[in-house]
Design a protein around this ligand. Structure first.
Ligand code: TXA
Ligand code: MG
Length: 327
């Protein structure tokens, strides 16, 4: 990873001129625009192919900028920010009147986070403004965890891609809605509901189907089913069922069949393309999106996935696998 001061300077110049810059974060790469420039933010929606009512996260240099974007920030929200920022946690807060309608997709709430990546933190400090950035993939597809993924997906449509190395976490940030009476996790990520609850000393709810919990405003559209999907059809199974599922698919479908599992699986029928094992939760999260992309490159039509243990970030991995499988 070679990013020097001149690269940061170039990125700031591009952003101030209304351009868009792909930036590394600890979770996934983001497609960034000056959050105070509505035209630039509209370009992000256009490049991503994202409906304009799916709002963007505003990335901040540090916690002190929270009040530029949000109002009625509770003590609990500030406690979470103080504990987990910079880090993979996004807070859903009431939107300040000065915050743009375009970034917020017309909602009365705003999503903010301080990402934990030295390059992007340096960029945010130099920019001195919020950076609106969704994941740097086309809408509904697999998020990028390397600069090469961004180039492959969005190539020429981005003014600058900053290569900050592979993302260390690998799945998108936890989103917690702090606008209601009770905090609600609306997207699982590296920071678990248990961790949030331990800091706050009270229960944090988890929205399995976000739209069913709280007001419609609380739902994060990224929690829709049919998200995070590769071209391959994804089939989820536990370790005990994998051999049988593979045999059934071999007998009933055309096309290439692949396997992604935490470890080496015994008794794999001939003709199945085994991807390198993904490891348990933390490692699985780091490699998940690369493996899904690899499956597509290998021309796999049906990818059988055995999830990691449902612990820690494993919950987020299982959530993404379920969405990929529900396409
Ligand atoms: O880790 C991450 O969060 C990455 C990196 C780049 O920071 N970003 C990311 O952004 O995953 P995106 O746009 O792909 O996903 C953010 C999700 C979307 O589903 C969006 O609709 C939802 O958060 N969201 C953003 N603002 C919201 C709001 N005001 N109300 C409800 N949902 C919101
Ligand atoms: Mg996304």
């Amino acid at each position: 990873m070679v990013v020097d001061a001149s690269m940061i300077g170039r990125a700031v110049a591009v952003l101030r001129a209304g351009g868009i810059v792909a930036v590394p974060t600890e979770t996934v790469y983001g497609l960034g625009a000056d959050a105070t420039n509505d035209d630039a933010v509209r370009r992000v929606f256009a490049v991503k192919g994202r409906p304009v009512d799916h709002p963007l996260i505003v990335h901040l240099a540090d916690v002190s900028r929270i009040d530029d974007w949000a109002i009625d920030v509770s003590d609990d929200a500030r406690r979470l920010a103080a504990t987990f920022w910079p880090g993979p946690l996004t807070l859903l807060l009431r939107r300040a009147p000065s915050a743009s309608d375009v970034v917020a997709g017309g909602r009365s709430t705003i999503a903010v986070r301080v990402p934990d990546h030295p390059v992007t933190l340096a960029l945010l400090r130099a920019l001195g403004r919020g950076l609106a950035a969704p994941s740097a993939n086309r809408f509904g597809r697999v998020s990028p965890t390397t600069a090469a993924h961004v180039r492959a997906d969005l190539g020429d449509e981005v003014d600058l891609v900053i290569d900050g190395g592979p993302c260390t976490v690998g799945v998108e940030s936890t989103i917690v809605d702090m606008t209601g009476d009770q905090p609600v996790v609306v997207r699982a990520g590296a920071i678990t509901a248990e961790q949030l609850s331990a800091v706050l000393g009270r229960t944090v709810a988890v929205a399995t189907i976000a739209a069913e919990v709280g007001s419609p405003e609380a739902a994060a559209p990224g929690t829709l089913a049919a998200h995070y999907a590769p071209d391959a059809r994804v089939h989820l199974t536990d370790a005990a069922g994998v051999a049988e599922l593979l045999r059934r698919l071999l007998a009933s479908v055309d096309g290439r069949i692949g396997l992604l599992a935490p470890g080496v699986v015994d008794d794999i029928p001939d003709g199945v393309v085994e991807l390198e094992p993904a490891g348990q939760a933390t490692e699985y999260a780091t490699v998940l999106y690369s493996r899904l992309r690899q499956a597509d490159r290998l021309g796999i039509d049906h990818l059988v996935c055995v999830p990691p243990e449902s612990e820690g970030i494993g919950v987020a991995v299982i959530d993404r696998l379920r969405r990929a499988a529900s396409r």
